[in-house]
Design a protein around this ligand. Structure first.
Ligand SMILES: NC(=O)C1=CN([C@@H]2O[C@H](COP(=O)(O)OP(=O)(O)OC[C@H]3O[C@@H](n4cnc5c(N)ncnc54)[C@H](OP(=O)(O)O)[C@@H]3O)[C@@H](O)[C@H]2O)[C@@H](O)CC1
Ligand SMILES: [K+]
Length: 492
């Protein structure tokens, strides 16, 4: 599990740890980890320096705080290993004194012209701001950040990409996009939530000893293979199809039969014992999936289910939404179902069983009565607000999918397994089917949503492995492989 803690929590834990250690220990631990990551990157040839530290050209962008201190100390360590290190000081009179002295003592120098230095750099260390930065890059830093990003150097962010908001994941102005972010002690929410996450590149955690001090419940968390393997239901010897759960799907219409087919495709690979399809696309569903149970009447007459999925491709025939929401079983509401809910939120009022809402940014905007742009700019705030306002677990789709429970103390789950290949028609229908199927298998709404998002992303990566565009149907087809992948890592 990857975990992230808020800035306040990190600062409290750091203060507690620092009180027990000689002064400067944490910064030296951070700088040592940062140096190791940079050296590895330079040796791998990711920079343009010919595969070694000795003789490589490193530029340190140092702001006025401790983030700049970390970067300067790491620059000093790289200089001692033979790198040519130049510092660009964003606030010359307030650069970290110890870090700057160490850099000079190791043979590093301060740049006369930042742009000349960046022009020939192999690696840039971004220490402009870390957890103390707010409001995006300041005007004087913007051209320097642009030159760094425009150079051929590999960019390594110190703790966080400068310009992102650590706690909210928002990017209020410009930020410096990194290839690698070396984060200290614990991840910060902005590394697991968009849009900030898209600035971080690969994230590498350096242990500085906060492990035993940080609270065990983080602000955000992201499942990994092993976590997903532990969540997936496994049929026991006594399982029959009803014990494994029947998932009911109300989706598709004469106009959009494909949404029904794709939702059923996802559900069939989610481990439920049976999939019961209800709606106007029974012929299309049966033609593709003879194993599905189909029913053309209202959901209430379709027979028992352990969970419902309602919404994909329904068009304007939305009477079934209220009917399904009145059932005492877990319900996943997607697509057109969410439109109905935005018009009548009271439909959720009397529900006691779990509800999982799966909006994309546009649907989330309608539910929150705001714009898509506002949701995309503040994804973490939006998913939390949806979950509390609607009293329902909410999965907000995007480049980084987030899942929030109504109880604000429960960590928000971030799915880091997504891929741009998933931005394709019908992708959400497959995800809804898969998540609804996991709900029928007994997973909580939060587990079902986050495990489904993970498997869905992994399946898309597998399906697109040879670099060709994938269709949603192929993603559904690859879910079996994704499931096997996590199972094999999970050792079950
Ligand atoms: N605590 C610890 O034990 C450890 C901490 N560690 C490290 O310390 C980092 C936190 O250091 P920090 O608190 O000094 O803040 P930091 O992120 O360097 O920047 C704040 C300074 O920048 C300024 N500033 C603000 N916004 C700005 C902007 N948009 N653009 C430009 N400047 C801006 C603002 O100054 P101002 O100009 O407003 O007076 C302020 O002084 C943390 O991320 C980690 O790297 C590690 O060594 C491990 C141990
Ligand atoms: K930084």
């Amino acid at each position: 599990m990857r975990t992230a803690h808020t800035v306040d929590t990190v600062r409290r834990a750091e203060a507690e740890l620092m009180a027990r250690l000689p002064e400067g220990t944490l910064m030296q631990r951070a700088a040592a980890g940062l140096t190791a990551a940079c050296a590895e990157l330079l040796r791998s040839g990711s920079g343009s320096g010919g595969g070694r530290v000795y003789g490589s050209r490193v530029v340190v962008l140092a702001g006025s705080g401790d983030n700049g201190g970390d970067a300067l100390y790491a620059g000093a360590r790289l200089a001692r290993r033979g790198a040519g290190v130049t510092a660009v000081l964003l606030a010359a009179d307030r650069a970290h004194p110890g870090g700057l002295a160490a850099l000079r003592a190791a043979g590093g120098r301060v740049a006369d012209d930042p742009f000349d230095a960046l022009d020939t750099a192999d690696l840039v260390l971004d220490g402009i701001t870390g957890i103390g930065g707010h409001g995006g890059l300041r005007p004087d830093a913007v051209p320097i950040a642009r030159a760094a990003r425009g150079s051929r150097a590999v960019v390594v962010a110190v703790d966080l990409p400068s310009g992102i908001e650590a706690d909210s994941g928002e990017v209020p102005g410009e930020a410096l996009r990194a290839d690698l972010t070396v984060v200290f002690g614990t991840e910060k929410p902005g590394l697991l939530a968009g849009p900030a996450r898209e600035y971080a590149g690969t994230v590498r955690l350096v242990d500085i000893g906060l492990g035993g001090i940080l609270p065990s419940v983080p602000a955000l968390e992201a499942l990994q293979h092993l976590d997903v393997a532990q969540l997936l239901p496994e049929p026991g010897a006594a399982s029959d199809k009803y014990r494994r759960g029947v998932v009911g799907i109300v989706a598709g219409s004469a106009r959009y039969p494909g949404a029904a087919v794709l939702a059923v495709a996802g559900a069939l690979r989610g481990g439920a014992g049976a999939v019961r399809y209800v709606g106007h696309a029974t012929d299309a569903v049966i033609a593709r999936f003879p194993e599905a149970l189909v029913h053309a009447g209202p959901p209430g007459k379709a027979g028992r289910v352990q969970s419902w999925i309602v919404g994909p491709g329904l068009g304007d025939d939305l009477d079934a939404v209220a009917e399904v929401l009145a059932a005492p079983v877990p319900v996943l509401v997607d697509a057109d179902g969410l439109r109905r809910l935005a018009a009548e939120p009271a439909l959720l009022r009397d529900r006691a069983a779990p509800t999982l809402l799966t909006p994309h940014a546009g649907e989330a905007a309608a539910l929150l009565d705001t714009t898509r742009e506002e949701v995309e700019a503040a994804q973490l705030a939006a998913v939390r607000e949806l979950a509390t306002r609607y009293g329902a677990t909410t999965l907000l789709k995007g480049a980084t999918t987030l899942v929030a429970d109504p109880d604000p103390r429960t960590p928000v789950r971030s799915n880091t397994m997504g891929t741009p290949w998933l931005a394709t028609a019908g992708s959400g229908d497959v995800l809804a089917g898969l998540a609804g199927s996991l709900l029928a298998g007994g997973l909580s709404a939060r587990d079902a949503g986050s495990a489904a998002a993970y498997l869905h992303g992994l399946a898309a990566r597998r399906a697109a492995a040879d670099g060709v565009p994938v269709t949603s149907y192929e993603v559904a087809d690859a879910l079996g492989r994704a499931w096997r992948d996590v199972r094999e890592t999970g050792g079950s």
